[in-house]
Design a protein around this ligand. Sequence first.
Ligand code: ZN
Length: 425
Amino acid sequence: MKKLKALGFKVTPFLEVAGDIEEVIAICRKWQTKRGTLPYNIDGMVIKVNDFELHRKMGATIKSPRWAIARKFPAEQAISNIVDIILSVGRTGTVTPIAILEPVQLSGSVVSRSTLHNQDEIERKDIRIGDTVIVEKGGEIIPKIVKVVTEKRTGKERKFRMPGNCPVCNSKLLQDEDKVAVRCINKSCPAQVKGSILHFASRSAMNIDGLGYMLVEQLVEKKLVRNFADIYGLKLDVLIDIERMGKKSSENLLNAIEQSKGSGFARFIYALGIRHVGIRAAHILALAFCTMTDLMKASFDDLESLEEIGPVIAESIVQFFKTKENRKLITDLKQAAVKMERVKKSQGKMAFSGKTFVLTGKMENFTREEARECIEMLGGKVTSSVSKKTDFVIAGDDPGSKLDKAMKLGVRVVNEDEFREMVGE
Ligand SMILES: [Zn+2]
């Protein structure tokens, strides 16, 4: 830590060395009470053994070393009142009841709302508007209502019932088949459109910097954006007219929108917001199917046979592409020149033309065969031994002697992340 500090890294000034475990416990207790004085929130302490010889003796479990642990503080609690219960419509249409609380200080921040999840949860805890409740914030960022202080009831509290219609678009709400949630199934419900656009533009999806909450709100209200494809049709004169959008920020936004077209196949699949398809599933799909056309043609069985893709995800994907509007959306996005295939071609010439690769070690996201396919698809060649003619050695976990040889010969070694970048994922 001292060395890191000397090198210019920011190191916590609250680092302390303890002589024995009793002292460790005392330091933890001290910070548990003093945590509110820190300029940031903490939910626990990291304790490390500072003797390298002991590190070796203690070893590690599969997941983590035994000489470093994170000790979480017990959750803090506070008392507040439920002023109201409002409804929030998410991007998949799920309607969630949210308790509006009298603002209360808890673990270094002010808490003024807490999700109540669904009607069942409200009934189970018998939560009513006007109730005095105990709020808790543990390791998670989101506070929760632990229980109602029933002794404080005056008789003026009101029970809450989920409505039958969407609070935003007034469509009839349907019960979710598998869950206790209720859902608005109107695809053009403004709340869902806003939510899905924000997801599409988010950092881990298409990464459109500048397309934030306030702007999306206005674009959807003014019906300038009704789906993802509309984003790519936005023009400068239209943007400038929007409240708080200057010329400069409008131009920056249009730039970011243009750039997002090349975000890559995996990000694009994730950005579509298909139910149950997260970042990881999107990567698996991008790897298994070279193009959007192939993915759209995939049957339930094709999808379910993929590692880590279960029946729920497979069914969700099939349903998504069965829907006419979604197919039209893909066509429109294609027309807007959004890239939706795996291969990254560089001016007609294949990216890996004439390059020789050697694979060693285990990769997290590719099997050997998949990595080979990727390389060959981009015009490269995979050989089994390292020589001076090798251009790249792709080293995963536990690389073998090939890595040593590559180092000796000065062959460029790349890790899995770098490889994924090279293949355009
Ligand atoms: Zn709705």
